[in-house]
Structures are given as structure tokens and as C-alpha cells.
Design a protein around this ligand. Structure first.
Ligand code: GDP
Ligand code: IMO
Ligand code: MG
Length: 432
């Protein structure tokens, strides 16, 4: 038995969903602990593609419990749509597999509208959010006006009064500050009640559920969303998301003690991508960037926006290794580098003429950073059908070893394609 946290080490879209789906074979419980439907986690199982936004990526394995912890912001409309879509795609009703924290906060129509209005107001300085209401929902949580899933179980008068308080404030902002239409209290309430009737049996006290799983020696797999560089504290603020994306938050936001964690896996894409605005020192605006974008299919799972592409950034990855206390990493999309004559890796930054090896906190400094690059010989072979690590081209293995050496941790697996099967596990934390 092992309890494992898996998080993104870059700006999201590292391939977390694929790895979580794979590792769920050995876990009893999979937990999403932060973010919301800004996430887009893709699984490919026997050729069929599934895009999950809110439901944990362990869901395609029948019998595994999938938990949405208190740190997640939940849009019930999206949750119900996702349940319906999975029913159509897989022929299964996954609701009985789900546990939803009564402490998780709700995303309402007014949060979505505020997110979009604020982005519009920022104009050129926009963050490039997913427009899903994530920031405003966390804002309601922090100002202590938010509505939680547990409120749906309260008497009608309690739910109505909490909703009215929140919408009164939101509507004042929408109308007076952003000069747009208000949202309808009656419509939001009706939607909430209809959704509550469906999800009510899944709403539980998650910390007790987690304790019961630990008691039964069931392994827990924590599924991070977004990535370390989008973290609200340590990411490229203000071009970040509104939650803590780090491994440390897995415990707090699900109610599991930190002493119960055995391993922390960081998912690393073999190059770097970013969606939305913000500094990106390794970004490539040339034919190589195009190669990564096209071969890697780098289009956002949630918004369909093209992802910006660049070389692997070891300065950022060393920062992610220390911020998360990584014990190993999962390397994804190595196949995308096939066909490049030379592959470069950023080992330091040059900032105003000085070489630095730390990740600056100020976005102005990060904008001014130029990558110091080390060059590797590439490989031509298509590696997407290789199942044995030893069979990889020597240059591909050298690339992996170099990352291991620079980060001081080992690659527990290497992924060479989107399918569950296109993976070489070198060390499985669940089997010792
Ligand atoms: P997540 O948000 O971290 O779960 O990642 P996304 O699902 O948003 O983006 C990763 C994309 O890469 C998805 O389309 C995956 O199907 C795909 N993918 C994952 N691993 C690999 C891999 O090793 N090789 C290739 N070519 N694609 C991969
Ligand atoms: P997964 O889990 C990549 C980015 C948005 C934007 C910023 C803030 O699939 O890796 P938000 O809507 O969260 O307020 O937007 O964060 N972003 C992501 N980028 N992958 C994600 O999730 C992301 N979730 C948010 O593009 O730049
Ligand atoms: Mg994604």
C-alpha cells in the first residue's frame, strides 16, 4: 500500500490525466484536491479518447472510488454534463463511484460571468483565464460568502438566504462595475436544486472517507490539476490560477495528514508548453516550436486554444522539484522529440547580463530572462511503439539521464504516446 501525490511540474497539460489513469490500476481511491473545470485531463484507452475536466482520471476503472476534495471548486452544471458524456461514451453510470466533499465550494453562473467581465476589463493585460469562474469562486471562498456543496443539504430557507447574499453582491458588481446584465436568482436556485436532487447521495464528509480508506489499507492517489508554475504563491503571479497547485496542498485540501504520504511524483513533459498569457523564457516562435506544437497536438483540452511551446526548462524544473519535494518524475511525450536533429535544454537564465540558476519571483525579471541552452543530439526513430526502456535510442536515454542527473531524482516512467499502453514503468510506487 502507498499513498502517492501526482502533480504537474510546468504550466499544466503535462499529461497528468494519462498517468493517473494508468496508476489507478494499483490504487483504491483517486482524489482531485484543487482547481475545477479549468483542468482538461485526457485519457486514451484502447483508442478511445476521454477528456475529463472535473471528475478524477481514475474514473474509467470500474470499482475505483473517485473523490472531489474540499479544495476543488465545483460547477455542478459541468459535473452533470461530464457524467452524462461518460455514460454515452462508456455505457456506464459513474455516479456511484463518486464522492463529493460537502466542504467544496460551488461555481455559479455569476462566477463565470465575473471571470469573463474581469478579463475583458483587463484588456491587453488579461490573464487568459479559461473563463470558467475559477478565480471568482475562490474569491467567494476566501471572503467567506461562498456556497458549498453541503449547503445543498441544508433547509431551503438556509440555502436561499446564502444564495441571495452572494448574488446580491455579484449582481451589484456585474451591473454597476462591469455594466452588464445581472444573473437571475430564481434560475440559479432552480438549477442548484435540480442538480442537488441528482448528486445528493454522493455528498460526504471527505476526511472521514479518507480515514476509512487508510484504515482498510487502500492506496490513495492524489491527482493534481494545473501545474507548479501556475501556483497562486510560487507561480508566475499574476499569470497563475487561483489555487495552490503544489503537492503540499493535496493533504490540506482533502483532509489527509501529511504523515500518510509515501511518494510525490512530478509529471514532466519532455518540452514545455503554456496556455494563456505570462512570461515564458524558453518559448520558441520558430520551426521547432511548430514541430512541438504539431507533433505534440498542443491544443488546449478545455478551451481549444493553441498552447505556446518551448524547450525543456531545468531552472523551472529544479524549482518545481524543491517546491513539491518530488521523489520521482514521470516523463511524458518523449515521442514528440523524435525527428529533431538537435534538442536543447535550458540550464540557467541570463538576466541583465548575469547568469542565474534560480526562478525569479518577479514577472518583470522573468520576462527579461534569456535561456542559457545546452544542446543534445536528437534521434530519428519513431519511439511510440517501444515498450522496453532498454530499446529506446541511446540519445533518448541520454536525454532522460541528463534530466535525472540535473534534478537528482529518477524517472519512474517514460510515456511515448497518448494511449494507456504507450508507457514504460521503471518503478511503480504502489508495488515497491
Ligand atoms: P493534463 O492536463 O496534464 O492531464 O494533460 P492534457 O491531457 O491536457 O494534455 C496532454 C496531451 O498529451 C493529451 O492530449 C494526451 O492524450 C497527450 N499525451 C499524454 N502523454 C503523451 C505522450 O507520452 N505522447 C504523446 N504524443 N501524447 C501524450
Ligand atoms: P490542466 O489540469 C494549462 C491557465 C489558464 C490561464 C491561467 C488562469 O489541464 O493542466 P484560470 O481559468 O485557472 O483562472 O486561468 O491558468 N490554466 C491552465 N493551463 N492547463 C490547465 O489545467 C490549466 N488551468 C488553468 O490558461 O493562463
Ligand atoms: Mg490539461
Amino acid at each position: 500500500m502507498a499513498n502517492v501525490i501526482l502533480i504537474g511540474t510546468q504550466w499544466g497539460d503535462e499529461g497528468k490525466g494519462k498517468i493517473v489513469d494508468l496508476l489507478t490500476e494499483w490504487a483504491g481511491v483517486v482524489v482531485r484536491f484543487q482547481g475545477g473545470n479549468n483542468a482538461g485531463h485526457t485519457l486514451v484507452i484502447e483508442g478511445q479518447r476521454y477528456a475529463l475536466h472535473l471528475i478524477p482520471s481514475g474514473i474509467m476503472r470500474p470499482g475505483k472510488v473517485c473523490v472531489i476534495g474540499s479544495g476543488v471548486v465545483v460547477d455542478l452544471k459541468i459535473l452533470l454534463e461530464e457524467i452524462e458524456l461518460l455514460k454515452t461514451q462508456s455505457g456506464r453510470d459513474i455516479l456511484p463511484q463518486l464522492i463529493l466533499s460537502d466542504e467544496a465550494h460551488l461555481i455559479l453562473e455569476s462566477h463565470r460571468r465575473l471571470d469573463q467581465a474581469r478579463e475583458q476589463q483587463r484588456g491587453m493585460a488579461k490573464i487568459g483565464t479559461t473563463g470558467r469562474g475559477i478565480g471568482p469562486a475562490y474569491e467567494s471562498k476566501m471572503t467567506r460568502w461562498g456556497l458549498r456543496l453541503g449547503d445543498l443539504l441544508a433547509p431551503d430557507a438556509v440555502l436561499e438566504s446564502r444564495l441571495r447574499n452572494l448574488l446580491d453582491q455579484h449582481n451589484r458588481m456585474l451591473v454597476n462595475l462591469y455594466e452588464t446584465e445581472p444573473v437571475s436568482f430564481t434560475e440559479v436556485l432552480a438549477e442548484l436544486k435540480a442538480a442537488a436532487a441528482i448528486v445528493r447521495p454522493a455528498i460526504r464528509k471527505v476526511p472521514y472517507e479518507m480515514a476509512a480508506s487508510l484504515e482498510k489499507n487502500e492506496s490513495i492517489l492524489f491527482e493534481g490539476a494545473q501545474g507548479t508554475l501556475l501556483d497562486i504563491d510560487h507561480g508566475t503571479y499574476p499569470f497563475v490560477t487561483s489555487s495552490s497547485t503544489l503537492a503540499a496542498n493535496a493533504c490540506a485540501s482533502s483532509g489527509v495528514g501529511v504523515t500518510d504520504i509515501d511518494e510525490v511524483i512530478g509529471v514532466i513533459k519532455a518540452y514545455t508548453t503554456r496556455v494563456g498569457s505570462g512570461p515564458f523564457p524558453v518559448e520558441l516562435d520558430d520551426a521547432i516550436g511548430e514541430h512541438l506544437s504539431v507533433r505534440g497536438g498542443e491544443v488546449g483540452t478545455t478551451t481549444g486554444r493553441p498552447r505556446r511551446c518551448g524547450w525543456l526548462d531545468l531552472v523551472a524544473l529544479r524549482y518545481a522539484t524543491l517546491l513539491n519535494g518530488l521523489s520521482s518524475f514521470a516523463l511524458t511525450k518523449l515521442d514528440v522529440l523524435s525527428g529533431l536533429k538537435s534538442i536543447k535544454v535550458c540550464t540557467a537564465y541570463r538576466l541583465h547580463g548575469e547568469v542565474i540558476d534560480y526562478f525569479p519571483s518577479s514577472i518583470e525579471d522573468l520576462e527579461a530572462c534569456e535561456p542559457v541552452l545546452t544542446e543534445f543530439a536528437g534521434w530519428d526513430e519513431d519511439i511510440s511503439a517501444i515498450l522496453d526502456y532498454g530499446q529506446l535510442p541511446e540519445n533518448a536515454k541520454k536525454y532522460v539521464s541528463y534530466i535525472e542527473e540535473k534534478l537528482g531524482i529518477k524517472a519512474m516512467l517514460v510515456s511515448v504516446g497518448p494511449d494507456r499502453e504507450q508507457t514504460m514503468i521503471r518503478h511503480n510506487p504502489f508495488v515497491g
